[in-house]
Design a protein around this ligand. Structure first.
Ligand SMILES: [Zn+2]
Length: 232
């Protein structure tokens, strides 16, 4: 059904600025080199099967392509790269963890699709702030922080950027802030630095992102502003 809403969504990236305006028609594969395209094509379809969660009752893999955040496009991670769950019932969502990709967005998405990589995040935001991909459902546990306890209790957001080339656009900060504020509103996560963490701040983390150039003051201000605008 090429013209169904879900098919259309596959072709569209959501524009995700603070204003959340028009959608931009950019196919995922247009952003990819031949190698990434081959990886995506080679990715096997996700079978629907029941898999026991780490705790609680058995949960079902989510095979639909709907997103938890309307401006995002669904670009699923390999089912080998996350843990199916039923959050927030199974685990409370108490944290948002901020990452930098240190690679371009299409490569990051291809990495999440590669079952041998054993890594994923819920969301990936482009350096321009105009594209957001959701790769893992919020109810499921993405493997992003290097700490199992925090993974079970957090949403991971990757930002296209490099620690050694810190040029983060206002649009990316704004798009990310609206997403984080939406998550905080949905799961009642306090908007403070005890609950919105950099990857480097997760105990036992071996990564240093988002790095010293990430402007936390500016980011938290934007998140607070966006949070105030969201009625719950
Ligand atoms: Zn990270």
């Amino acid at each position: 059904m090429e013209d169904s809403p879900l098919s259309r969504r596959r072709l569209l990236w959501g524009a995700a600025g603070a204003t959340g305006t028009a959608l931009t028609a950019v196919g995922l594969t247009q952003l990819m080199g031949p190698e990434e395209k081959a990886k995506v094509k080679a990715a096997p379809p996700r079978p629907a099967r029941k898999t026991p969660g780490i705790a609680g009752p058995p949960t079902t893999r989510h095979t639909d392509s709907s997103v938890d955040y309307a401006p995002a496009m669904w670009v699923d991670a390999s089912e080998s790269n996350y843990t199916p769950s039923n959050r927030p019932e199974a685990y409370p969502i108490d944290y948002v963890v901020i990452h930098l990709t240190t690679d371009i967005l299409p490569v990051m998405l291809a990495t999440f699709k590669d079952p041998t990589e054993r890594v994923s995040a819920h969301y990936v935001i482009s350096s321009t702030g105009t594209r957001i991909a959701q790769c893992v459902r919020e109810r499921d546990v993405a493997w992003h922080s290097g700490n199992v306890w925090y993974n079970h209790r957090s949403i991971g957001i990757e930002h296209e950027g490099w620690i050694d080339q810190p040029q983060y656009s206002n649009a990316m900060y704004e798009a990310s802030a609206v997403l984080t504020a939406t998550i905080c509103a949905k799961y009642d996560v306090p908007v403070d630095r005890d609950h919105i963490l950099g990857h480097v701040e997760v105990p036992e983390a071996t990564h240093e992102d988002p790095g010293p150039a990430w402007d936390w003051d500016k980011y938290m201000k934007l998140v607070k502003t966006a949070r105030r605008r969201i009625r719950t």
